[in-house]
Design a protein around this ligand. Structure first.
Ligand code: ATP
Ligand code: MG
Ligand code: MG
Ligand code: MG
Length: 489
């Protein structure tokens, strides 16, 4: 007797062969002529139908088969008489592994709001929506590793507990074994970290980039793909306190190479999902269509989910300098009518409303924005020789070779740059922003010994999953979301 996942069973030709299905009951329907049990095992969005004749299952067994219960069904794989599926299982025997009290099991067959499902995140993978999202997430993670492997990158694991806090990318979570209420103190009253586990202050990493650069300066092309942590108290639909970041870093790459790589990379992994997750994407697309119906006409999207993904894969991204983007924003209707919440001026860190205006209203395409003001970017970005000038010849402050990739519905999906390879410029910049060069002496060694032009970027994996699944909230594309005041697991 063979045991196959439902995904494979549904593609097996009916031949009256005996099979076993194992999975969770989605629905049970009893009619005069038969009992129909829809079973799902998570291998596919589709259920398989098991059909028993009346009287074949005892009253007692029948009572135990409810939504959420777990079964093994042995039977014959036959051609289905009903529409919607090619095969079904004619029941020979049912074993109930586990029951699910209908009074208590929260996932009864009806529409559940995403807010409600967030409260039962431990069970939501049993729904169609979340199992589809998790399968797509898996496919994208695989595609990420495949892309880099196919292109000569080495997977480098950077530390999760780190002593470097120089990146300045976000608030860090402290890691300590000291008594939090009454830590040992030095004579001058400061916490004595020499008694801590590592003998110094340590944190959870906000980015593997600095260590990634060490890898690139030895192996040529590396990427990291691991968890990152930011204690940012931003309750947005785009930020998590624990998220996964993909960070390639390449020796001998300049800004333009970096842009080419970022564009090719995201297109390739999205194409992989289109090719390998067709059923799950179609399911999510339909779900979105239902949601769209409740929106005002002008807010409805003119593309379906799959059209949107194809559009991104098939079209060149717009490439634009920050200074030119500011001009576009200043001349935009929202700026003139005062509809932006944050005022636009050269030097501001673009807010999501600005990014989304450029992408969704102005260009209607993904945009790669480059050459940002030095003052709003990290110390390690390569400094441009000339200050920025706009089309009218106005001169602005110094800029760096940064690039952000902006996506419709998301805003920033990638942040990257060419790195400053000149030791003196790097140290001067660190001193200007108050970073002690001694604190990352190991990082500066890459510039001291055999420095080279290099570049890299960081892609927030959940932002990519958010885009591909068409979901609206980042909490819904990670199995166990962590946000301020919420860490159930
Ligand atoms: P944002 O402006 O959206 O806060 P950032 O500029 O602070 O992002 P970077 O430090 O550039 O982020 O990190 C690289 C990428 O990591 C971002 O482009 C984004 O995709 C992702 N990212 C950053 N912060 C978060 C977060 N809190 N949750 C999920 N993804 C994040
Ligand atoms: Mg941020
Ligand atoms: Mg940003
Ligand atoms: Mg950024």
């Amino acid at each position: 007797m063979s045991y196959l996942p439902i995904k494979q069973l549904l593609q097996t030709a009916p031949a009256s062969q005996t099979v076993t299905v194992k999975g969770w009951v989605r629905t049970k329907r009893e009619s005069k002529n038969a009992v129909f049990i829809a079973i799902n095992d998570g291998s596919t969005i589709h259920n398989i139908q098991a059909v028993a004749e009346p009287g074949q299952l005892s009253e007692e067994t029948l009572k135990l088969i409810t939504t959420g219960s777990c079964l093994a069904v042995e039977g014959n794989l036959i051609e289905s008489l009903g529409s919607g599926q090619a095969v079904e299982v004619k029941v020979v025997n049912v074993t109930v592994y586990g029951t699910a009290d209908p009074e208590k099991y929260p996932l009864q067959p009806k529409k559940h709001s995403l807010e409600f499902l967030r409260e039962i995140a431990h069970l939501r993978p049993r729904t169609n929506t979340f199992s589809a999202i998790l399968r797509i997430r898996h496919a994208l993670a695989f595609a990420v590793h495949k892309y880099f492997n196919d292109n000569g990158f080495y997977y480098l694991n950077t530390p999760i507990v780190t002593a470097s806090d120089a990146e300045g990318a976000g608030e860090m979570f402290r890691v300590t074994t000291l008594d939090p209420i009454n830590p040992p103190r030095t004579e001058d009253g400061k916490v004595d970290y020499s008694q801590d586990f590592f003998g110094r202050e340590t944190n959870l990493t906000v980015s593997g980039q600095l260590e990634g650069e060490l890898g690139a300066m030895a192996l040529g092309k590396i990427y990291t793909f691991g968890p990152t942590f930011r204690a940012e108290n931003s309750n947005t639909t785009r930020h998590l306190a624990e998220f996964w970041m993909i960070e390639p870093e390449m020796a001998f790459f300049e800004l333009e190479d970096n842009m080419n790589l970022a564009e090719d990379f995201v297109k390739t992994v999205i194409r992989y999902a289109l090719d390998h997750c067709a059923d799950d994407l179609a399911f999510l697309e339909n779900r979105l269509k239902e949601e769209e119906k409740n929106k005002k006409k002008e807010e409805q999207s003119d593309m379906t989910l799959i059209e949107k993904l194809r559009f991104v894969v098939d079209n060149d991204f717009v490439r634009l300098k920050y200074t030119d983007a500011i001009d576009i924003l200043l001349n935009s209707k929202p700026a003139k009518k005062g509809q932006f919440q944050y005022e636009v001026a050269w030097g501001i860190d673009l807010q999501s409303e600005h990014e989304r205006y450029l992408v969704e209203k102005h260009f209607k395409k993904p945009v790669i924005l480059t050459n940002y003001p030095r003052a709003i970017k990290a110390f390690y970005m390569k400094q441009d020789e000339e200050p920025a000038t706009n089309a009218r010849g106005e001169v602005f402050g110094p800029t760096v070779r940064a690039m952000d990739v902006l996506f419709p519905g998301i805003g920033e999906i990638i942040g990257g740059s060419q790195r400053e390879e000149n030791l003196d410029k790097l140290v001067t910049r660190m001193e200007e922003v108050g970073i002690e060069p001694e604190a990352i002496w190991w990082y500066l060694d890459t510039r001291r010994f055999g420095t080279a032009p290099h570049a890299g970027f960081g892609l927030g994996f959940e932002r990519l999953v958010l885009f591909v699944t068409g979901m609206g909230n980042i909490r819904d594309v990670i199995p166990f979301p962590r946000t301020p005041k919420s860490a159930e697991f």
